[in-house]
Design a binder for this molecule. Structure first.
Ligand SMILES: [Zn+2]
Length: 90
């Protein structure tokens, strides 16, 4: 048997399709899976679940996907070259 190294990680109930959903909505970053716990506040999903006390909740919020500011900034930096922003000034 080849030992398979598995990362121990608590099951993220928020991502479990079978979890009952409340009427709340949480925004989750499509790229890094951070979640938004408040306006403009993004935290690691485990931390967010703890803050929102969702580890013990019987139902979890619905998810809506988006991009956190970190990824947004990163996309800006590594985005297409500036040729689109060519100057119109003559
Ligand atoms: Zn992100």
């Amino acid at each position: 048997m080849i030992p398979v190294r598995t990362e121990r990680r608590d099951p993220v109930r928020l991502l479990d399709k079978d979890m009952p959903r409340s009427s709340d909505i949480i925004r989750i970053c499509s790229m890094c899976k951070q979640i938004s716990t408040a306006l403009n506040k993004w935290v690691e999903i485990e931390e967010g679940l703890a803050q929102l006390r969702l580890f013990e909740a019987s139902e979890v919020p619905r998810l809506t996907h988006g991009l956190c500011p970190i990824i947004m900034a990163d996309l800006d930096d590594s985005g297409p070259p500036n040729e689109a922003i060519d100057s119109d000034e003559e």
